[in-house]
Design a protein around this ligand. Structure first.
Ligand SMILES: Nc1ncnc2c1ncn2[C@@H]1O[C@H](COP(=O)(O)OP(=O)(O)OP(=O)(O)O)[C@@H](O)[C@H]1O
Ligand SMILES: [Mg+2]
Length: 590
């Protein structure tokens, strides 16, 4: 059974409820009697008989219970006594409720309730969406999916909280904690505009691709050079299209270098030199109508003069000189730099991968990354992890589509409408865009909504370094921390970030004749590190800018309204993958 969504804190010790209830009932009766007594006195005074009250004792109580108000105040109309009793009871109840609410605010769970996350609730999110998306009607109902991405349900049965189209998201959850089923799949299916989705597994594609195609009626592109989904190649992308400046070439080269750079942030001589070399070769190929095949050939021949000649002819004399200088330098250094560049670009060694990013023999559609953001198309990018994988190309294509989306938004006066949703599932494995943390800070203002999904904070540090991961963490306006947080420093930091609250602590001491109870307020972490570490699967801590932390119940697709449809589509897609794999293995065996 799942644990209730509630941190440890105030609450009565087990077994103390019954005596306290008896005491409460007893004193409640006495209090009610007092109210009737006062109301009777007041009624007598109001009806012109002066303040006349019987003794406040059990005999009067018995008379009242048997004969009603007339037994104690025969001169006063009964209805007046009852009315005044009701009014004073309402007054007292309201006072007690207000006091309890004030006390509750100080000693509650300390986590956000609906009032604290008001701006994530459906009404506020819809209001904000209208402001951000001129295409939405100014009045009337707007479908929830059009207003923002669902994050989870507040508490067990609370309202669904949504991110707005201005938010940028980061999710950190352990393996099998629900990243794909609760975040990636629902976000892809609910996105009102273009979608980019990365992964190293077929699960996200299987659950969503067919439905996205039918929902939008627009093309679904699957970039799968390593046959993870078994999708037949029916299009290609030219990474060199649009590379007409040293800056663009350096950026493209950076995606390859990320393979060897790790979290060293490019400060190492060999990676910096290899970055420079690869950028020169990519620029030479791009400005002369050549392709990535030529680039890989040039990487294998450190003395070939062609790329430097092409750079000089295309009007890049400085790049040509730099390349020539590198080729004429000390052979040991030159070979080391070339070797590093070759390692970075080793995915280009694979002809099957290369076929996706070089001009095809037979005519195939070419992906137009410039118009993608303005469509409702879907682009899945898949790569395996590890050496030689297509991950640099996944990062390069994601980066190109995202930056073209930002440019399109700028051309339209600021924001994409509908927004583009970029789900970077397994981002640290297959989509290591070096400056993703810096991009984050302005994607939200352009209607590009990224969701970076990591298995742990450390996984992000390994890709972007401590400083980069810190930037990503700070820039993300919505952070979802799910089950399985095992990083001692992270849980301690987050626990401190969430803060402390007052809890009521009752203590009991047994004297000679009776037990005495005393209560005191004590400051306590709202979510101590051990509780944070033990968040149950299916739940997550939501940290949204400007609000208290909230505990949410995630919304996996298999418990949602479309669960049947999605499960059937996923099963059919997986069967298709198995069939294709079986055929491929059969061919290999023969
Ligand atoms: N259709 C389903 N019905 C019930 N449970 C499911 C279903 N699909 C997945 N699950 C369960 O949901 C949990 C989360 O799965 P999910 O694939 O979302 O995890 P994840 O965080 O993406 O993991 P990974 O890091 O391995 O990608 C798993 O325990 C899985 O067994
Ligand atoms: Mg997953």
């Amino acid at each position: 059974m799942s644990r209730p969504l509630e941190p440890r804190g105030a609450g009565l010790p087990a077994g103390t409820g019954t005596p306290l209830l008896l005491v409460a009932v007893l004193w409640g009766g006495v209090g009610l009697g007092g109210l009737v007594w006062l109301a009777g006195g007041a009624a007598s005074w109001l009806s012109g008989h002066g303040w006349q009250v019987p003794p406040f004792d059990t005999a009067s109580a018995r008379r009242f219970l048997t004969g009603g108000p007339a037994a104690l105040w025969p001169q006063v109309p009964g209805w007046l006594v009852w009315t005044l009793t009701g009014a004073s009871l309402a007054l007292v109840t309201t006072g007690v409720a207000l006091l309890a609410a004030r006390r509750g605010a100080r000693t509650g769970t300390g986590l956000a309730g609906p009032a604290q996350v008001r701006h994530l609730l459906p009404r506020a999110v819809a209001e904000r969406a209208r402001g951000l998306r001129p295409s939405l009607p100014c009045t009337g109902e707007v479908a929830a999916e059009e207003t923002g991405l669902a994050l989870g349900r507040l508490g067990e049965r609370g309202p669904v909280l949504r991110a707005s189209w201005e938010d940028v998201l980061l999710a950190v959850m352990a393996p099998r904690a629900g990243k794909t089923t609760s975040l990636a799949v629902p976000s892809v299916l609910a996105a009102p505009g273009a979608v980019v989705a990365t992964s190293n597994k077929a699960d996200l594609w299987a659950a969503t691709a067919a439905l996205r195609g039918t929902d939008t009626g627009e093309r679904v592109w699957v970039f799968d050079p390593q046959a993870i989904t078994g999708t037949q190649q029916d299009w290609w992308w030219n990474p060199l299209a649009g590379v007409s400046t040293v800056e663009e070439a350096t950026r493209l080269a950076g995606h390859f270098l990320q393979e060897v750079r790790g979290d060293k942030s490019g400060k190492d001589f060999w990676t910096s030199a290899a970055h420079d070399l690869l950028a020169g070769l990519l620029l030479a190929a791009a400005c002369s109508g050549r392709d990535l095949r030529d680039v890989y050939e040039w990487l294998n021949d450190p003395v070939i003069p062609t790329p430097a000649v092409l750079l000089a002819q295309a009007g890049f004399p400085a790049s040509a000189a730099s390349l020539r200088g590198r080729q004429n330098g000390a052979p040991e250094t030159r070979d080391g730099v070339y070797e590093t560049a070759r390692t970075a670009a080793q995915c280009l060694r694979d002809d099957v991968i290369l076929a996706w990013v070089t001009p095809p023999g037979d005519p195939l559609d070419e992906l137009d990354t410039a118009s993608f953001a303005g469509s409702r198309q879907t682009l899945y990018l898949l790569s395996k992890d590890g050496a030689g994988a297509a991950a640099p190309l996944v990062a390069a294509l994601t980066d190109r589509v995202v930056r073209n989306g930002v440019r399109a938004a700028e051309r339209r006066g600021g924001r994409l409408d509908p927004p583009m949703v970029v789900v970077l599932d397994e981002a640290a494995n297959v989509c290591r865009i070096a400056d993703l943390p810096d991009l984050y800070s302005h994607l939200g203002s352009r209607g590009v909504v990224p969701i970076t999904v990591l298995q742990s904070y450390r996984q992000g540090v390994r890709v972007w370094g401590e400083a980069g991961m810190d930037t990503l963490w700070s820039a993300a306006t919505i952070k979802l921390l799910g089950a399985g947080l095992d990083d001692a420093k992270l849980v301690e930091d987050v626990s401190r970030l969430i803060g402390e609250h007052d809890v009521t602590v009752r203590s009991y001491s047994d004297g000679d004749k009776r037990r005495t109870t005393s209560t005191a307020l004590r400051r306590q972490r709202i979510l101590p590190p051990d509780e944070l570490r033990a968040l149950p699967r299916g739940t997550a801590l939501l940290l949204a800018t400007g609000t208290r932390a909230a505990l949410v119940r995630l919304l996996p697709y298999y418990r949602g309204a479309r669960s049947g449809e999605i499960t059937a589509a996923a099963a059919a897609a997986i069967r298709q993958v198995q069939r294709v794999r079986g055929q491929a293995e059969g061919v290999t065996a023969r």
